[in-house]
Design a protein around this ligand. Structure first.
Ligand SMILES: Cc1cc2nc3c(=O)[nH]c(=O)nc-3n(C[C@H](O)[C@H](O)[C@H](O)COP(=O)(O)O)c2cc1C
Length: 468
């Protein structure tokens, strides 16, 4: 049995996914401003040998075009929230092995600035940074960054193509491996001939470079992606090393995985260079009955209002009013994420799903595995047979859901070889793929050495290299 990868899916906010659950007596997510909550949680995750803590992030509000945020505010639905990249530096110095996955949208930061922040975090963590590449699906987020409307769905992925091109050039091509010399005797800190401008000129960005940080242990952070629309899947197939999926059953997971792997092959990548992580919540009991009782108790806290507001789909983007539940999803207009609709169509191939189906789905948004440790391990083994490489563990409450995972489920998973017993050494990429750098078949690799082809003499007599 292969070991699965385990990520803890969190957000620096009160109500991330399981809306309403912050009111549960065991919940401490409403203390999210307290850095100690996160440091303690990260240590718990490390004790449970989690591969990474994965921070979701948004830069605006979910909700209708008219900008109404009454539900969001009442529910604590991703507002208030804080910047996870700042928090990750605190977590980095309080952990040793845990991967640190940061979501950052192409909308929120200029790629030059983002590349620098990411490199800084990769240095601080000795190569444990991962980046979840997102394009933002919220109208409000677009308006926060000077746009009138969200850029159209597929064009957002073209934008992400250029964005990744810029950051890859900075991370992979701007500095040669031996550029940093730190030679006190010769008085040479870095060799200017081995540091290069990138001179990127594209549709949205013009970036001269060079990259300001020196090369980090991984250079390009470990790359995650989560889109499941056709454009999202193509993007993942080109770029992702880890793909988050939210599929309704192992059969659909197997289909999605084999399609994405085939696409990766068509882009010249090794299909096994992408790991697929399915989102699950766990409800663990010492007997099946206890697990069902616990599930019923958790369900009592769920807020349907919160789920519908989060999905961005339950209300008309034009009027801000809720759609009647019988509205077919084909009739609703959205420029946001389409993965829920895809999910529902795959789960109901014989009919067009409705807004009412959506409400029921989003309330159970990600796959729930309920039962004893043995029955949950059986189910995970089935999913693994369908091709998943790992699990994105969605919590009900912090930190309790992960403590329960460690105490109740992990021993059974380890006994069956589904979970590891110790960390491997090295960077996050090394732990997962056995190498710290992206392979030559990844699109980032084309920029290695790409800017060092035209040597020139500097006024000081040093060999200088101009960007191409
Ligand atoms: C597990 C998971 C995590 C995600 N995390 C974020 C996030 O933190 N921020 C964000 O803006 N979008 C997030 N998304 C949304 C995706 O990045 C993507 O925009 C969405 O799935 C719609 O893309 P698609 O239309 O290609 O399916 C996430 C999606 C999934 C499945």
């Amino acid at each position: 049995m292969r070991e699965l990868i385990f990520n803890a899916f969190v957000m620096n906010t009160t109500s991330h996914i399981q809306h309403g659950l912050w009111r549960h007596p065991n919940a401490r997510q409403h203390d999210f401003n307290d850095v100690r909550l996160w440091i303690d949680l990260a240590r718990t995750l490390e004790a449970g040998l989690f591969d990474a803590i994965f921070f979701a992030d948004v830069v605006g509000l979910y909700g209708p075009l008219n900008g109404d945020y009454a539900v969001n505010a009442r529910e604590g639905l991703q507002i208030p929230n804080n910047d996870p990249s700042v928090l990750l530096s605190a977590i980095a110095v309080n952990t040793e092995h845990l991967g640190l996955a940061l979501t950052s949208s192409v909308l929120q930061a200029h790629p030059f600035e983002f590349a620098r922040r990411a490199s800084t975090l990769d240095h601080i963590s000795d190569g444990r940074l991962a980046w979840n590449i997102v394009t933002s699906t919220q109208e409000n987020a677009a308006r926060n960054f000077g746009f009138d409307r969200l850029v159209e769905h597929d064009e957002r992925y073209e934008w992400a193509e250029e964005y990744t091109e810029v950051v890859y050039k900075l991370w992979e091509g701007s500095w040669d491996d031996d550029a940093l010399q730190r030679d006190k005797a010769r008085g040479v800190f870095s060799d200017p001939t081995r540091i290069h401008k990138i001179n990127h000129q594209g549709k949205r960005y013009r970036v001269e470079g060079p990259h300001l940080p020196s090369p980090t242990p991984q250079r390009t952070p470990f790359l995650f992606q989560a889109g499941s629309s056709p454009a999202g899947r193509r993007f993942a197939a080109r770029h992702a090393e880890g793909q988050f999926i939210a599929t309704p059953n192992p059969r659909v997971a197997a289909e999605l995985i084999s399609e994405t792997r085939a696409l990766a092959r068509s882009f010249g990548r090794d299909p096994s260079d992408i790991k697929f992580l399915q989102g699950f919540t766990f409800v663990i009991g010492s007997t099946e009955e206890e697990a069902r009782r616990k599930e019923a108790e958790l369900d009592r806290y769920i807020s349907i209002d919160g789920f519908l507001a989060h999905s961005n789909l339950g209300v008309s983007q034009d009027t801000g009013e809720p759609y009647p539940p019988e509205t077919p999803l084909a009739d609703i207009r959205t420029n946001g994420g389409r993965s829920h609709i895809e999910w529902l169509r795959k789960a109901n191939p014989d009919r067009e799903p409705t807004v009412g189906d959506l409400a029921r789905l989003v309330a159970r948004r990600h796959q729930r595995l309920v039962g004893t440790p043995q029955s949950i391990a059986d189910q995970l083994a089935e999913w693994q047979k369908a091709g998943i490489d790992g699990v994105n563990v969605i919590n009900w409450y912090l930190p309790g859901s992960y403590e329960e995972f460690n105490e109740q489920l992990l021993p059974e998973l380890q006994r069956r070889g589904l979970a590891k017993r110790e960390y491997r050494p090295g960077t996050l990429r090394e732990k997962i793929f056995g190498r710290s750098r992206l392979p030559a078949s990844h699109p980032a690799a084309q920029y290695r050495g790409a800017f060092s082809r035209r040597p020139e003499r500097s006024a000081a007599g040093l060999d200088l290299v101009a960007g191409t």
